[in-house]
Design a binder for this molecule. Structure first.
Ligand code: NAG
Ligand code: NAG
Ligand code: NAG
Ligand code: NAG
Ligand code: NAG
Ligand code: NAG
Length: 539
């Protein structure tokens, strides 16, 4: 555990004090983290997809997030634009989740959706769901965003199958225009169909071969429908899926086996997609410090995915491995944990660790009223419209992978203690940025905060030869790990209340801070507990 250092506290939050930060390197006797950073990306994670920072949106709530043609959700679009500025490409959106496997298309439904919540199944989203033609308007509201649309595999009776085929004809028309189409998906987490607490969908003897046969039958029927309605979307080059979208690597279907059984026999899969949650919202023992602000926990959750990605890469070297749906705690997150600034730090660490270990894109799952959501797109009984703390972790991750002016992005993990992590990001052949994250919980409210200054962790980061002697620092900051508001990235707020999600420089957070690089090539960075600092180096 990093040493507590009572140095900065409010200093790093006040711009006037920030200017007084040491410009000469401080040669601390014992930094909490001391690493040197290789000059080339050899041995770093693989090249990331352009939209590495991406989202998944629960299908039933997609009209809330996207709005429709007469009422586009410009707040959502502003938040996506911010990330597009930072990473060079707006996030992709996969529209799916449990409700994808409940949705039945009704061409006569006058509204976008009609849902019935069954609290014993889930209080957070409808168990019965019908979608109408205007549902697809929500795909037409954001400029320059690509989508993966999720079809229903779980409901497989003849009426559901007719509805599937009809919905494909509508979806392909909308997604075929304006370069909106990314991929299709058929079925959400079919490895839970036999066991799900939200309802059993297949008999106990349903196995990998049955799944592969159903998936191939379903995708063949969808292709026929698309060939009829949108022939240009049915070509080998464009007719592509993300699959198998399993919840895990060791549930009731083995992902290794479905690929071995020929899931991609028709070569219509573009991305290997898996889902992941590091723990559950109501699981005993889940805490901010012990679970989300715990790099060891995050890494152990990612380890099986890395193993699976390696297993599949031999037979499918051209297919990127992505997390098509993921977030902190399954069952839509827990208040006080998933909605806090600590969860923003978790999201940053999770995305970068995944990148360093072979995950090419990470789609954080969203829904209206979800405790882990990055923003609440509309006001409902579940809360007012607002930017939520986790969004700021997404912004920091987008800045870290960068706009890639000099080439593809790759990420390397430099140091990985339980509560102090450092990463390097490369653009093309060169080192571009470093990120230091302190995962020591610091409560910004309460007696403890008033009594003591905020401690900091010290990172001594050795740069390769030839880097400039000064670098610019951008901080991910809030009052404490328990904060659910007042978060900034690089001195900027994206809060709804300030300018509807557009960036606003706020006076009380640091911006344009510089850090010096010593004669020995070492840069010493103080990172207040429960915050992160990114350094743009010039190497
Ligand atoms: C579009 O959205 C507005 C606001 O939510 C809603 O009132 C309207 O009914 C929607 N239009 C359609 C065609 O669904
Ligand atoms: C639908 O699922 C059942 C199991 O619940 C399975 O026996 C049947 O073969 C499936 N139908 C199709 C068309 O795949
Ligand atoms: C952090 O996670 C690891 C792995 O799950 C666990 O062994 C350790 O106890 C956790 N730390 C805390 C403080 O709970
Ligand atoms: C990868 O393959 C090895 C060897 O077959 C197996 O033991 C391991 O469980 C696989 N990993 C995953 C996550 O399925
Ligand atoms: C912060 O507050 C929570 C809840 O009151 C408590 O469990 C935790 O120990 C506190 N953490 C620190 C670092 O003071
Ligand atoms: C900074 O100012 C914003 C409003 O401009 C406020 O919401 C936030 O809490 C302040 N942050 C800190 C750390 O004082």
């Amino acid at each position: 555990m990093p040493l507590a250092r009572s140095i900065v506290s409010a200093a790093l939050l006040g711009s006037s004090v920030a200017r007084a930060l040491p410009h000469e390197p401080r040669h601390t006797e014992s930094p909490d983290v001391q690493v040197s950073c290789p000059s080339t990306p050899d041995g770093a994670g693989p090249e990331l997809l352009d939209a590495f920072v991406s989202y998944s949106v629960e299908l039933a709530f997609w009209p809330d997030f996207g709005g429709n043609l007469s009422h586009p959700n410009t707040f959502s679009n502003n938040l996506l634009d911010n990330l597009g500025e930072l990473q060079g490409t707006k996030p992709h959106i996969r529209v799916g989740g449990n409700t994808q496997d409940y949705a039945i298309y009704d061409p006569d439904l006058p509204t976008a959706t009609k849902g019935i919540v069954v609290p014993s199944r889930s209080p957070d989203y409808p168990y019965y769901l019908t979608i109408g033609p205007s549902f697809f308007e929500s795909y037409q509201t954001f400029p320059s965003v690509k989508y993966a649309h999720g079809f229903n595999l779980a409901k497989n009776g003849s009426a559901a199958r007719r509805s599937l085929v009809e919905s494909a004809k509508v979806a392909c028309k909308v997604l075929g225009e304006d370069d909106r189409f990314l991929l299709w998906e058929l079925g959400n987490e079919p490895d839970l169909y036999k066991t799900s607490a939200q309802g059993i969908k297949r008999p106990a003897d349903w196995d990998e071969e049955d799944y592969v046969r159903e998936w191939k039958d379903g995708t063949a029927a969808i292709r026929d429908a698309i060939a009829e309605a949108c022939p240009e979307m049915a070509s080998d080059a464009r007719y592509k899926y993300m699959a198998p979208s399993f919840a895990g690597t060791s549930n009731s279907l083995d992902p290794n086996e479905v690929w071995a059984d020929g899931l991609d026999g028709r070569r219509d899969i573009a991305w290997i997609s898996q889902h992941n949650y590091i723990d559950g919202a109501t699981q005993p023992g889940v805490t901010l410090q012990g679970t989300l602000m715990n790099h060891t926990r995050t890494a152990s959750s990612v380890t099986p995915l890395v193993s699976l990605a390696r297993n599949l890469s031999a037979a499918h070297p051209a297919l990127p491995f992505v997390l098509g749906e993921t977030n902190s705690l399954y069952n839509q997150g827990a208040p006080g944990l998933s909605d806090s600034f600590g969860a923003a730090l978790w999201g940053l660490d999770f995305r970068l660790h995944s990148a360093a270990r072979g995950v090419a894109a990470v789609h954080m799952h969203q829904g209206t009223g979800y405790r882990y959501a990055a923003w609440q797109p509309v006001a409902t009984a579940t809360g007012r419209r607002r930017t939520r703390a986790p969004y700021y972790g997404d912004a920091a991750a987008a800045a870290m992978v960068g706009a890639r002016a000099r080439g593809p992005a790759r990420v390397r993990e430099l140091a990985a203690a339980e509560r102090a992590v450092a990463y390097a990001a490369y653009e093309g052949a060169g080192l571009a940025r470093l990120m230091a994250i302190s995962l020591d919980a610091y409560n910004g409210t309460g007696a403890a905060a008033e009594a003591a200054a905020r401690p900091a962790a010290t990172f001594a980061l050795g740069l390769p030869e030839g880097c400039a002697r000064e670098a610019r620092v951008a901080r991910l900051m809030a009052g404490g790990s328990d904060a659910v508001a007042g978060v900034t990235w690089d001195g900027v707020s994206f809060d709804w209340e300030l300018d509807e999600g557009r960036p606003v420089v706020v006076g009380n957070a640091t911006r344009d801070e510089r850090v010096a690089v010593g004669e020995d090539g070492v840069m010493v960075l103080e990172v207040p507990h429960s915050s992160a600092a990114m350094v743009r180096v010039d190497c």
